[in-house]
Design a protein around this ligand. Structure first.
Ligand SMILES: O=C(O)C(=O)[C@H](O)CO
Ligand SMILES: [Mg+2]
Length: 250
């Protein structure tokens, strides 16, 4: 088990740069951040160095760089902007030495959207710096209405169509449970494509153990599978984050 902390979700009461120290004090050597772009990469780097941590994952920027709409990789009218932004994210990722960039599809539907996503990902996989893996994550339609990649079967189809060694699946127990009703079965079914794991409960996206995901079974399956990647806590703590971290030793 290699635990990581998603600092966009955990320690929400602290300013961004203070969350690194809180995570270090809780024992996290690895962190991830959804959208670090409104802070200079050097400042994030300083926080990582000061706390002996590594940044494992960032998201490709949303249209306004700090939040809001979740990407546009499946929007046919924004291919040029996609390539422009991905070049920026690659520079940012290299500066922070991140392992994964989550590419978001945005709101879209239909055949043209799927083909655009596949073409964009082929280009991005070829252009990405060596050592960086791109991920796709299905997001459920309650959290992200209209989001193109709203199903694990669709994500698997796109990943297989792109067929690049540096593109894989980002599994998230919260979204998997919301979309398919059984997060454990989704983990089992898509294991060969999974490169990164995030955990949160459903339906409220609380800490593991607060909802309907069977975490005992999920952790047992992860352990039995030989999955050797990161498991990142990405949930809304209902109270002090430190009191929600039992999963780190599960
Ligand atoms: O919502 C999630 O689960 C994510 O991991 C995304 O990165 C959303 O931006
Ligand atoms: Mg997630």
């Amino acid at each position: 088990m290699r635990p990581a902390a998603n600092l966009s979700h955990l320690w929400p009461e602290l300013p961004y740069l203070d969350r690194f120290a809180a995570a270090a004090a809780a024992g996290f050597e690895a962190v991830e951040v959804l959208f670090p772009y409104d802070v200079a990469a050097k400042e994030t780097q300083r926080a990582l160095i000061a706390n002996g941590q590594r940044m494992i994952l960032i998201n490709a920027p949303p249209p306004n760089y700090t939040g809001g709409a979740r990407g546009f990789a499946a929007q046919p009218e924004r291919v040029e902007r996609f390539q422009y932004d991905m070049k920026r994210v690659f520079r940012y990722a290299e500066a922070l030495k991140v392992s994964f960039v989550h590419v978001m599809t945005g709101v879209a539907e239909g055949k043209a959207a799927k083909q655009t996503l596949i073409d964009n990902l082929k280009w991005a996989a070829q252009t990405a710096p060596t050592g960086l893996t791109l991920t796709l994550e299905p997001l459920n339609s309650v959290a992200q209405p209209g989001y193109f990649l709203n199903d694990y079967a669709l994500a698997a189809e796109v990943i297989r169509a792109v067929d690049a060694p540096n593109l894989g699946l980002q599994y998230d127990s919260y979204h998997a449970q919301m979309i398919h009703g059984d997060a454990v079965a989704v983990f089992d079914q898509y294991l060969p494509l999974i490169r990164h794991v995030q955990i949160g409960d459903a339906p409220d996206r609380g800490a593991p153990g607060t909802g309907e995901v069977d975490f005992d079974a999920l952790f047992a399956r992860i352990k039995a599978s030989g999955y050797a990647g990161w498991i990142s806590g990405e949930y809304a703590p209902n109270g002090p984050t430190e009191e929600t971290l039992g999963w780190m030793t599960a």
